[in-house]
Design a protein around this ligand. Structure first.
Ligand code: HEC
Length: 178
């Protein structure tokens, strides 16, 4: 009885409740700070940390296509369409230009199986399947060829200063009838 009374005296019920309330509030605040700290830490790690790596993998795999989904074709090219008729002259000129400039990576028939493309990551696009998709507007193809893939960490060269506008459209004319 003596001991019980002592305990009750030292830890009155009211005081006890207050202490417990204070402790749990402190624990909650601490946990929230830790969570916040983790988010900030994780943010700094983007590109290096696990989350960053996962994001990077997802972005690389579908770099150009996911860009297209969220932004559309960049404004500079968005309104363009092929001004050339699908004439035998344009097709054969386009084929010649394709064989010189594109075949090494995209392959003889556009399947993305060229010798120079074998070790590339991301791999050269299979243009035949790209062309069968609704996303392959003239402006999409013209943008891809003109600006290349440096924005997507890809080896696709920019042809803006290599081929003139007519030549780029001739290649697109050729690709369209493959
Ligand atoms: C050095 C290799 C290389 C050469 C040469 C090259 N490409 Fe590419 N190309 C790529 C790679 C890699 C990709 C995929 C990554 C990207 O979209 O940038 C690609 C993507 C593309 C795409 C986008 C297709 C899609 O579905 O996203 C088009 C269109 C394209 N190339 C056309 C061409 C044309 C036309 C030429 C020649 C004028 C050419 N490429 C030359 C490597 C190459």
């Amino acid at each position: 009885m003596q001991l019980k009374r002592l305990v009750l005296k030292l830890l009155p019920l009211k005081g006890n409740m207050k202490t417990r309330g204070f402790v749990s509030a402190a624990v909650m605040a601490g946990m929230m700070l830790m969570a916040l700290g983790y988010f900030i830490y994780d943010g700094h790690q983007r590109g290096g940390g696990m989350m960053g790596k996962m994001m990077g993998m997802m972005m690389n795999e579908t770099g150009r296509h996911s860009f297209l989904m969220s932004n559309g074709v960049p404004q500079k090219y968005a309104e363009l369409s092929n001004p050339l008729p699908s004439s035998p002259e344009n097709i054969s000129a386009g084929k010649e230009l394709y064989n010189i400039n594109c075949m090494s990576c995209h392959g003889e028939t556009g399947l993305g199986d060229g010798v120079a493309g074998k070790s590339l990551d991301p791999a050269p696009a299979d243009l035949i399947s790209s062309l069968s998709m609704p996303m392959s507007s003239d402006s999409f193809l013209y943008w891809s060829i003109s600006a290349g893939g440096s924005a997507f960490n890809s080896a696709m060269p920019a042809f803006e200063s290599v081929l003139n506008e007519n030549e780029r459209w001739q290649i697109i004319t050729y690709l369209r009838q493959l």
